[in-house]
Write a new protein. Structure first.
Length: 201
């Protein structure tokens, strides 16, 4: 069975941490994991390509997309990733004929920015919009904006952690305590605010 939807987090570190990528923390893409787990529970074949977590270049990301060859591509976008996303999408369009939809903070706030890039935007939560898209036999060429919400978030399934390799992620180096006994709660992964109060995740 082919992949119905490939959810992509582009590698913004290529720009924002150029030259010091190894010093930056990388967290799992929890939003994409939640979306993928929900859509899997509805019977669809979903994969995540976390280019940021794996450290992929645009060329390598494109190669992975071509190998997976999904029916639909979904890309998460924040303000700092717009340049990388634009470059990636232009390359995808040259090589592949796959519908592309955008989600995340920037598409939700400014969906019109994406009208020339892809097939549409999922505003706000992506659960029901993506479920709707996956149920369509044909996706038209007109740019569409989809917006709908789940009424009961308690119905979301537990995250399928097999969608990513947790070894690809690391805490922020400036948030990690050197020794476990330094945390009063026995927790290694800790963060300090600018006023030096401890906030433990």
């Amino acid at each position: 069975m082919g992949v119905d939807l490939l959810l992509i987090r582009p590698n913004s570190y290529l720009v924002s941490y150029k030259g010091i990528e190894d010093l930056a923390g990388i967290a799992p893409p929890l939003g994409l994991l939640s979306l993928a787990s929900f859509l899997r529970s509805e019977g669809y074949c979903i994969e995540i390509l976390d280019a940021e977590g794996i450290g992929l270049s645009i060329d390598s990301t494109l190669d992975r997309i071509a190998i997976i060859n999904p029916k639909i591509i979904g890309i998460t976008v924040m303000a700092g990733t717009m340049g990388v996303v634009t470059d990636l999408v232009k390359r995808i369009k040259i090589c592949l004929n796959i519908p592309i939809f955008f989600g995340g903070l920037l598409p939700t706030a400014l969906p019109e920015l994406f009208s020339s890039l892809g097939n549409g935007v999922c505003k706000g939560e992506g659960y029901k919009p993506l479920l709707f898209l996956l149920g369509q036999r044909n996706i038209g060429m007109d740019f569409i904006i989809l917006e709908d919400r789940l009424e009961d978030l308690d119905l979301l399934p537990v995250i399928d952690w097999d969608l990513v390799d947790l070894e690809d992620y690391r805490a922020h180096t400036w948030h990690t305590l050197g020794k476990e006994e330094r945390s009063p709660y026995g927790i290694v992964y800790s963060s300090r605010s600018v006023v030096k109060n401890g906030y433990i995740y």
